[in-house]
Design a protein around this ligand. Structure first.
Ligand code: UDP
Length: 370
């Protein structure tokens, strides 16, 4: 019964109204705590935020499809709002031709004209052997080991180097292990058991999570740090971990994204929600056609968004932590400091500097001891 004896106005201050902060807020409110959530942006939901453009729900900060194999996590998010099943099946565009993703029999047929899994496996084995790779040391070697040089050159190299702004040989192998490789005709981008998008969109989901919490937008924790810290004895911090510690060991690097929308007066532009552009040109990595995420969309027009990755600089939004050796080592030092702050919970992509998916975030937020 700590809360009522606590002289501070709130039991918990949550810095950041993204997915981690919102799930923790929901649990804390349910547990009877007085919760304040602040966010530096003018909206809640972090990068899940959607905007309605004349009847088309636009995923403002890139496409989000919730996927998990954890039944507890799936049931929990569905207890907040129903998630409508959705199978993500992006395609890749390379030099005028379309290929299926993730790498599967459809892709192998399109690329090599093979007709059996054995032929595809033999092709990959032959290309792997030509490169003489032992244990893969970086993303390039890992990709060639998994799918051979043809797929690496056609569907991975250009896209990855645009996305990360670094050579594949300088990136860690595990980034590419996120993608399934299958010898079946299956274009489902994820291997997970459950996959969906909240009915009514992500904003409705986040609104539900934040019910009962006091939310203050356009408030940067660092503008009035002492004041905010005085509001509650427990803080949940979801911003950049290096900033929390005043960049004591140096700044971490992030990738950011720039989005360029276009309205087109037809109801179907590219026939799929996500098209990846895997050559070095154009500069964008993908075009999102948002209406395909939502079968209930009846608009006569469509909205497409071109996504341009760039190196993060002050003033832009940090999206992706960079898992190269310098940043990984630096992040570890900050995480060690964070573990010593007993009244602060660090959670989410930015505060843990980890390349989490949404289901990881929910799971961690459900495990946090309040
Ligand atoms: N990737 C690729 N070609 C593609 C899609 C992805 O080479 O057409 C690589 C790229 O290196 C990317 C990684 O696979 O960083 C993981 O992709 P994923 O779609 O999981 O990234 P997300 O955008 O979801 O974080």
């Amino acid at each position: 019964m700590q809360s009522r004896q606590n002289s501070k106005p709130y039991d918990i201050l949550i810095v950041g109204a993204g997915l981690f902060g919102s799930v923790v807020a929901y649990r804390a409110v349910k547990a009877g705590k007085r919760v304040k959530v602040i966010d530096r942006r003018g909206h809640t939901g972090g990068n899940l935020h959607c905007v309605d453009i004349d009847g088309v729900a636009v995923h403002r900060y890139g496409p989000h499809i919730f996927h998990t194999s954890d039944t507890d996590v799936w049931q929990w998010v569905n207890s907040i709002v129903e998630f409508v099943p959705y199978i993500n099946s992006p395609v890749a565009f390379y030099r005028g031709k379309i290929y299926n993703l993730p790498f599967n029999m459809n892709t192998f047929v399109q690329l090599w004209g093979v007709t059996t899994p054995e032929q595809a496996e033999a092709k990959i084995a032959e290309q792997r052997a030509e490169c003489g790779i032992g244990t893969p040391q970086n993303l390039e070697q890992q990709a060639i080991s998994l799918v051979g040089t043809d797929i690496y050159n056609t569907l991975i190299k250009g896209y990855t180097e645009k996305q990360w702004g670094r050579r594949c040989a300088d990136l860690p192998a595990d980034i590419i292990r996120r993608l399934p490789v299958r010898f079946t005709y299956n274009n489902n981008y994820f291997n997970d058991t459950y996959q969906g998008i909240p009915r009514g969109g992500y904003n409705a989901f986040i609104e539900k999570l934040l019910e009962g919490a006091e939310v203050e937008l356009n408030s940067d924790f660092f503008d009035r740090r002492e004041y905010f810290e005085s509001l509650a004895s427990k803080i949940v911090y979801t911003g950049e971990i290096d900033r929390y510690f005043d960049y004591r060991f140096g700044a971490l690097e992030y990738r950011t994204l720039r989005f360029e929308d276009e309205r087109i007066e037809k109801s179907n532009y590219q026939g799929v929600a996500v098209m990846n552009f895997t050559d070095t040109t154009p500069d964008y990595t993908r075009i999102i056609e948002h209406r395909h995420f939502d079968r209930s969309c009846t608009a006569a027009h469509t909205i497409i968004t071109r996504e341009y990755p760039a190196e993060w600089s002050a003033g832009s939004e940090p999206y992706y932590p960079i898992a190269d050796s310098r940043n990984s080592a630096l992040a570890e030092k900050y995480r060690t400091l964070a573990a010593q702050c007993s009244n602060v919970i660090f959670g989410g992509r930015l505060a843990e500097y980890r390349y989490y998916d949404m289901h990881h975030i929910v799971k961690r937020a459900l495990e946090v001891e309040l």
